[in-house]
Design a protein around this ligand. Structure first.
Ligand code: ACO
Length: 337
């Protein structure tokens, strides 16, 4: 297996900012409650004209430019999302067409907030195995479309955005060093969108009962998220013979600052080694990690050779962690495919 890693990053956040104060106008909440219980100050909302693929496209173009890879060179496009433009065709195919990535096969990956990490492992393996040279992996969500804006338990938490990376062959010792992914479908009942699929197709009743929106038991999700993010992080570090102290940056999924803090403390990491964007963007599910990586890369917080721990937990339940040695600007290896 050849080494595979991230060689370019990009992100797109819609222009409209929705502050906590704005939300106090529509549900019984307060800026203080939201900040203290979640760490979120504001989030972005896509315009009425923007669908998930529009967000993807902006982030993808940046990532391709950053990697110095042309759309025509892509072998595969994966869009990790729970809010696709429509049930089918896949948002990945819509992006493939609009980018003009004629050579690429394309599909969507639905693994809740862990979608980006699931895609990272898949894309990395395909490159390592010689089935692809360049893979575009995008995490993108338009949660504003499936949030129940009259439910204060959930509507304050989520935001819209997209993050993209280009994966490619990198020198040995760089890129994805280890990864551990997991799922437990018995947790599906704690976090789901009941209607709109084959179980409960759209009807007047499902719309009236708001069954096309997010339903979540926050306390249950919280409990599992803290425990599993720590477990899986330690397992992936162990896989590549590293300890938490060897990590330069921890990039966790951004659902709640208290979850992140608990995981960070359990891993014994100092605050300055943790990437945070939840305060500005809320929970963007599969977009949270790639947006954080793009920001860390562009601000110089991430440098070639840095060891990065990525960890996520989300609907499914799904969870996972990966250790990567930052490979952007570390050079490329010989051609594949
Ligand atoms: N404003 C004011 N009060 C509120 C609000 C709000 N926005 N939301 C809830 N409350 C109230 C509740 O009604 C409750 O009141 P009660 O005690 O009178 O019933 C009280 O605050 C406490 O509610 P809890 O649910 O216990 O609050 P908690 O501290 O657990 O925080 C939260 C809730 C933020 C949802 C937290 O549980 C959490 O972050 N859970 C994890 C979410 C997550 O990780 N999701 C993962 C992925 S998403 C995906 O995969 C798509």
């Amino acid at each position: 297996m050849g080494a595979a890693g991230i060689i370019g990053t990009g992100s797109y956040l819609p222009e409209e900012v929705v502050t906590n104060e704005d939300l106090t106008q529509i549900v019984d909440t307060s800026d203080a409650w939201i900040r203290e219980r979640t760490g979120i100050r504001e989030r972005r909302r896509a315009s009425a004209l923007q669908a998930t693929s529009d967000l993807c496209l902006e982030a993808a173009r940046q990532a391709l430019d950053d990697a110095g890879v042309r759309a025509a060179e892509l072998d595969l496009i994966i869009v990790a999302t729970v809010t696709p433009d429509m049930a089918f065709p896949a948002t990945g195919c819509l992006v493939q067409d609009r980018l003009g990535a004629r050579k690429a096969w394309a599909f969507d990956l639905e693994a809740g907030c862990s979608g980006f990490l699931y895609g990272l492992v898949l894309g990395g393996q395909l490159i390592g195995g010689g089935f692809a040279r360049y893979v575009l992996l995008i995490g993108a969500e338009t949660f504003s479309r499936i949030v129940n804006w009259s439910d204060r338990n959930t509507c304050v938490l989520f935001g819209d955005g997209a993050g993209a990376v280009v994966l490619g062959p990198v020198p040995e010792g760089y890129g994805i060093l280890a990864a551990k992914m997991a799922a437990d479908g018995s947790g599906g009942k704690w976090l789901f969108q009941p209607a709109g699929g084959s179980r409960l197709p759209a009807s007047e009743a499902t719309v009236q009962q708001r069954l096309h929106t997010i339903h979540m038991q926050g306390r249950e999700v919280f409990r599992f998220a803290v425990r599993y993010m720590e477990e899986v992080s330690l397992a992936s570090l162990q896989q590549c013979g590293l300890a938490p102290a060897d990590i330069d940056l921890f990039v966790p999924h951004q659902a709640n600052l208290r979850i992140i803090d608990a995981a960070r403390r359990r891993l014994g990491l100092p605050e300055e080694k943790v990437a945070i964007n939840l305060d500005r963007y809320g929970n963007m599910s599969s977009a949270s990690i790639p947006v954080a990586l793009d920001e860390a890369s562009r601000t110089g917080q991430l440098k070639a050779g840095d060891r990065v721990l990525l960890a996520a937990f989300g609907a499914g339940f799904t969870w996972g962690a990966a250790v990567v040695r930052w490979s952007k600007d570390a050079g490329r290896t010989g051609a594949r495919l």
